[in-house]
Design a protein around this ligand. Structure first.
Ligand SMILES: O=C(O)CCC(=O)C(=O)O
Ligand SMILES: [Fe+2]
Length: 159
């Protein structure tokens, strides 16, 4: 038991632990507001072992791009991977609004975002299909990867 406690303590420099593991939000946009306790961290695009703590500001909103907006913008806006850490001494509270389409909405890269240099990256899918697949996978899985277009139909939506 003492060993386990020691291991948890050494997990990072402040002894804090993961409260909600790494993931990207599946929806279009996330609006998050928290109290004055830090905890939200975003992952570096170039090095997945590097996490940056978002400054706690109870007067601000944190706006997060979700997987659906990444698909709609054909990868121009990127769904950032993030996680929430626990604070050993203070309670963190966050309130979140997820903006998502209706279940039967067809999601696909907008024609304006598909160009010769940036061919269609994702195949069309419904939000219902995305949710079904998402719930069958682990939280940390990069599900949008499963919706990448075959190269043969990648020009279908090009202007
Ligand atoms: O509690 C937080 O600040 C983040 C939670 C989160 O990322 C989520 O619910 O998708
Ligand atoms: Fe999230």
């Amino acid at each position: 038991m003492a060993k386990l406690r020691e291991r948890l303590k050494n997990k990072d420099d402040k002894g804090s632990r993961i409260g909600f593991g790494e993931h990207s939000d599946p929806q279009i946009l996330t609006l998050l507001r928290s109290n004055e306790v830090e905890g939200l961290q975003i992952q570096s695009f170039s090095d997945s072992s590097v996490w940056t703590t978002v400054k706690a500001d109870p007067s601000a909103f944190f706006i997060n791009v979700g997987d659906t907006l990444q698909a709609m913008t054909n990868g121009r806006f990127v769904s950032v991977r993030h996680r929430a850490m626990l604070d050993a001494h203070r309670k963190r509270m966050s309130t979140i609004f997820f903006a998502a389409p209706s279940l039967q909405t067809l999601i696909y890269p907008l024609p304006e975002m598909v160009t010769h240099d940036n061919p269609q990256r994702y195949r069309p899918y419904t939000w219902a299909e995305y949710k079904r697949i998402m719930y069958s996978l682990r939280l940390a899985t990069n599900r949008l990867e499963l919706f990448v277009s075959d190269s043969k139909d990648s020009k279908a939506f090009m202007r």
